[in-house]
Design a protein around this ligand. Sequence first.
Ligand code: MV4
Length: 502
Amino acid sequence: MIKKVLVANRGEIAVRVMRSCREMGIRSVAVYSDADRNSMHVRYADEAYRIGPPPSRESYLNVEAIIGAAKSSGADAIHPGYGFLSENASFSARCRQEGIIFVGPDPYAITTMGDKIIARQTMIKAGVPVVPGTTEKLKDEQEALEIARQIGVPVMIKASAGGGGKGMRLVKHLDEVGSAFRRARSEAINAFGDDSVYIEKYIESPHHIEFQILADNHGNVIHLFERECSIQRRHQKVIEETPSPLMNPELRREMGETAVQAAKAVNYKGAGTIEFIVSDNLEYYFLEMNTRLQVEHPVTERVVGVDLVKEQISIANGNPLPFRQEDLRQTGHSIQCRIYAEDPDNNFMPNPGIIKHITEPHGLGLRCDGYVYEGYEIPIYYDPMITKLISWGETRVEAIARMKRALYEYKITGVKTNIKFLEKIMDTRDFIEGKYNTHFIENNEAMLHASRPCGIECEDMAIMAAFIDYIAKMESIQPPRYTDELGSNWKDFGRKRNVLRL
Ligand code: MV4
């Protein structure tokens, strides 16, 4: 039985994982770099270990230091969160060698899905539809050209070791195949140390729809329905929601079953995601599998009513899944907005710094997964995402209204954020109608970068006016007189003008 979990991560996801540990009566161990000495995950954990200097290579990717911390603390298990070591097969193997439970899949599943050519071969064998294209590494330019001619342009040349948009090249004309092949291959060798590339037919204006799956050690594999993740910028997701506005019940059942087949094909254990691209005419293709908990997992948690981290730990403990496919339902609608410390007016440049003031939204139908606090300095070394806002409503309309309310309530100064940008997305017709694909942001460029008639400018004016008024009053103000011996006269504030003597 797992009694203590080391969380090999930082930021909101480290806190998120520790929250489930606390509910389960499991002690949590934080690891931190020198840049994270004052981070929330260190404060939240039951104990914390320094693992190195700020750069990820020397801290959150430092396997020796993390294993060392796990041994010193006596942790039974390591949860990797997302990013960092979460999809590193040798880390998963190393944990096992050291007698530590890795809360995630075994090295085989990670390796198979990590190599996109092997993943394609494995999916074809399992009867899962993949994008038409090659199933072997391209030998040379000549072969690339022949295949591009066969399947017809446009095509994409992709790095086998890539994923998430890294090492891809779009080819629109046959005469570009040679140079695209050479560039993709050199990018692949530089970025991943593996020059294998393959070709796929290019699916125009696709939707990115992924299915959450859970698999235990007893042969049970279920899916927890889909997430629509098409709203992204340069392969960085911005908004996710479930159910997908594109989906219908038959397609959902079919894609869900396909996702389960895909997971079974690699003997998957734990929580994972099968990523599909879906064309406008609802043809769907396996794209890749993410062998980890994802950033967008909360929308699924909210609509399906499952704590995915709790299930991950339970599976790692060897327990069977506590529910069957037919027990699961989607209830209502959930949307997640990622709040980044970045400047939308300056090409979304990360904008780290000290949080001067922060007021986060709360209230009915809202979850706010974050880690920053007033006075906290967002380090320059890591991802600039600071908070995830997750709204829920009976209907999509209600979920949008709540998200708008939450974005309105969110006040943060000291760093620039994409909050106004997200508010503008909420007001975009294509979003409101649920008619969008992966080109949403570029298709709505003008709308999303226009300043709103009474956006930031008016609000800032009002804040400044209120502040000047406040300062002016501070100069002449007397402390309030308490009229009731037994307590304060708070009930009278705003009712009787003569209570507070200015
Ligand atoms: C594609 C594609 C169109 N056709 N493959 C981007 C991320 C990586 N997972 C794969 N990606 C794509 N692969 C074929 N054959 C379009 C994309 C793509 C995309 C996919 C999902 C979400 C956003 C995207 C944005 C641009 C391109």
